[in-house]
Write a protein that binds this ligand. Structure first.
Ligand SMILES: [Zn+2]
Length: 411
């Protein structure tokens, strides 16, 4: 079985077919979970799974599975997600699902004897268009709170329950998804790197050593509005100047004391928002990430402390609310060693690297060992219509996944 390879032309055709679903007139692909294009992509995937002779199933969270039974029910799972951000690219998520599909097809065609069961998966709403990232994998692993879901509204302003209904699902069915989970031996995910490292170094395969954890806060500095002409500088409680001061000092703090971690203020809204009025309020998002749980917690505490300190020094108030949170995880050492050995056998160049972005594999790590295979992103781009990959890199990653699945399922 060592010389078994994927049918790469077929995988490329699948990517092209899927890439035609959800093309946005404004550019790229818009396929948020349970939108019409997403529902179409789901039907398309179901058809592919059934054509391949795999057993199709959907759980209460809308996660889609294609199963190739082995002697034992214990499952080795591979996949990713088919949903995209608005105006996203063709490869984020898709390559992971379609490479897994192609691997299972080849294994079935060649009648490779399987001790364990193989299953491909496409998780619902990895991108968090509905209610925070990883709805599907969080449901699958039992990491959702009933209270949050019942009251949740999506970023498109609709109650979650209403959107789920259109797909024949409900908040209750989402919460039941964890009960339908099979016993898992391992989870493997191919994904685009979404950064520049692999391309920069001319390496085809990235083996992910750890996945960053995240804290996402919605925060506000509240001061006092006033006339831009009549209020002397020293008597102001300017929320924008306070935010600017905080942004610079917090970034310097992270760069100096928590090097390798990140801090990002990605969205700012000033009120009242007029050229002639001192902004009395600054709403902003605060995104903190780290590969280390301890470091993430310490940075979070210090950055929030700094915000309060900057606010009080300048006579303002600081408020914050945690919107989303994930823990940093290490991928499985034994899986990583297996992948390294396979890369050497296959003659593929690889390097280890951490993932700064979150992935379903991170969520799955709560219930089984996980590993991730990255392929280089052209120019490091993702979440844009310009997202691209080199076909040779995907072919190598898919063959690596194929050999890894065979080896894991034969044990
Ligand atoms: Zn993704």
């Amino acid at each position: 079985m060592k010389n078994l390879r994927v049918n790469f032309e077929r995988l490329v055709r699948d990517l092209e077919e899927l890439g035609a679903i959800g093309q946005d007139p404004k550019g790229g692909i818009s396929r948020p979970s349970f939108s019409l294009p997403d529902l179409e992509a789901r039907r398309w995937l179901r058809q592919k799974i059934e054509e391949a002779g795999l057993l199709y199933r959907q759980d209460g969270a809308g996660n889609i599975f294609g199963r190739l039974p082995g002697t034992r029910p214990l499952v080795v799972m591979a996949g990713s997600h088919l949903d995209t951000v608005l105006n996203g690219g063709r490869y984020d998520g898709s390559v992971g699902v379609l490479a897994a599909l192609e691997c299972l097809r080849r294994i079935k065609e060649e009648k490779v004897p399987l001790e364990k069961t193989l299953e491909l998966v496409s998780f619902t709403d990895e991108e968090g268009n509905l209610v925070g990232d990883f709805l599907g994998s969080r449901a699958f692993t039992g990491q959702l709170l009933t209270r949050e879901l019942k009251t949740a509204r999506t970023q498109f302003g609709q109650p979650l329950e209403e959107i789920l209904q259109k797909a024949g699902l409900s908040v209750d069915s989402v919460l039941r998804a964890a009960g339908e989970r099979p016993d898992l031996a391992a989870f493997l995910e191919i994904h685009i790197e979404q950064g520049p490292v692999l391309e920069e170094e001319g390496v085809s395969i990235g083996l992910v050593s750890s996945i960053a954890g995240k804290r996402y806060y919605q925060a506000t500095f509240v001061g006092r509005s006033g006339h831009a002409g009549t209020t002397p500088l020293e008597l102001r409680q300017d929320a924008f100047i306070t935010l600017s001061d905080f942004a610079l000092r917090a970034t310097q703090l992270v760069a100096r004391k928590y090097y390798g971690n990140t801090i990002t203020i990605g969205r700012v809204l000033l009120r009242p928002g007029s050229f002639s009025i001192i902004p009395g309020e600054a709403d902003f998002t605060l995104d903190l990430r780290s590969q280390e749980p301890e470091s993430l917690r310490a940075m979070e505490e210090e950055v929030l402390g700094l915000a309060s300190e900057v606010a009080s020094t300048r006579g303002l108030s600081f408020y914050h609310r945690l919107v989303d949170s994930t823990e940093p995880v290490r991928t499985s050492e034994p899986l990583l060693n297996g992948l390294k050995a396979l890369c050497q056998e296959l003659g593929y160049d690889y390097r280890l690297l951490p993932s700064g972005a979150g992935h379903d594999a991170q969520i799955l790590s709560a219930v089984c060992p996980v590993a991730m295979i990255f392929i280089p992103s052209v120019d490091g781009l993702s979440h844009t219509p310009e997202e691209a990959i080199n076909p040779e890199d995907l072919e190598k990653a898919a063959n690596l996944l194929l050999q890894a699945l065979i080896s894991l399922a034969s044990e």
